[in-house]
Design a protein around this ligand. Structure first.
Ligand code: ADP
Length: 279
């Protein structure tokens, strides 16, 4: 859950200030990406954990309202829901993220829901749960021939086995510099799909441009791109078409404030594309 406080003053140590406004909005990279894929028409299941608290109830309800299957989500009795405390001053923000129950999404927990993985055409993961869980999940998908996409955010150095077990890894430009060493890039160049903001995305020697739109808030652009990429690849589109369509999907998100509000439907993406693309 993102708790966003809009303020003209930031408190210094020991000080109390009055803020202007605050609002709560469902967030989390995984949840945003699940909603993006579902809104396009994907049949999406989510594996994760919330706290047994008011945020947990709201987060679950939001996923369900967006058509995401929440069978793989449990409530923790010991940890609270993951929360991002966002202090917003003018256009500048300071954020404290508390992972809470997300840290309890262990490999054993994911294994308990492995039937969800084996029933899926594609699996998409982020780095907001323990790395050991992602490593288990990628190895499981590799072993079972299930395409595995890793959105390496927030960025950290990735073990080579994880890179090897991933079908695609989707950093933005900044994350790309943090996750791997140049030697790995040489051996796994075909794995990396790097997003370039308004410039679209690059894969191997190809750059796929994004539609030119009037961007007002880029929050959730990467999440929409990842959810869309998973949806289009799982639906059988080739990589080039999937990249083009995912750029187009993400371009809707930057036209609206917040992460999930602007995520498009399949029909909206189709209307913005220049030619018919089929799986
Ligand atoms: P992140 O949101 O993770 O930082 P990027 O900024 O690279 O990632 O954006 C992800 C994708 O969102 C881009 O590849 C592109 O498809 C789309 N996008 C981002 N910014 C814009 C923009 N200003 N105009 C059009 N599309 C955009």
């Amino acid at each position: 859950m993102d708790v966003v406080t809009d303020t003209e003053l930031l408190p210094s140590q020991g000080e109390t200030v009055l803020g202007k406004d605050y609002f709560m909005t469902p967030g989390g990279k995984g949840a945003n990406q699940a909603v993006a894929a579902s809104r396009l028409g994907g049949d999406v299941s989510f594996i994760g954990k919330v706290g047994n608290d008011v945020f947990g109830d709201r987060l679950m309800a939001n996923l369900q309202q967006n058509g995401v299957n929440t069978e793989g989500i449990e409530s923790s009795e010991t940890f609270s829901s993951g929360m991002a405390n966002v202090l917003l001053k003018n256009q500048d923000n300071r954020i404290i993220v508390v992972p809470g129950a997300n840290n309890q999404v262990t490999a054993e927990y994911a294994e308990h829901y492995s039937h969800i993985l084996t029933e899926s055409n594609i699996v998409l993961a982020q780095l907001e749960i323990p790395l050991s869980t992602i490593e288990w999940c990628s190895a499981f998908c590799h072993e079972h021939g299930i395409p595995f996409i890793l959105n390496p955010a927030p960025a950290q150095l990735l073990p080579e086995t994880l890179i090897k077990h991933s079908t695609y890894i989707t950093p933005n430009e900044e994350e790309y510099t943090k996750i791997n060493s140049p030697s790995i890039e040489k051996d796994y160049g075909e794995t990396f799909i790097t997003t370039l903001g308004a410039h679209g995305v690059t894969y191997r020697n190809m750059t796929v441009p994004a539609p030119q739109v009037k961007a007002i808030d880029t929050t959730g652009a990467g999440d929409t791109f990842n959810g869309a990429l998973s949806y289009y690849l799982a639906s059988g589109y080739n990589v080039e078409d999937a990249l083009y369509l995912s750029n187009t999907a993400a371009s809707f998100t930057v036209e609206h404030p917040g992460a999930q509000a602007g995520m498009p439907t399949w029909e909206q993406v189709r209307e913005r594309t220049d030619k018919e693309r089929t799986p």
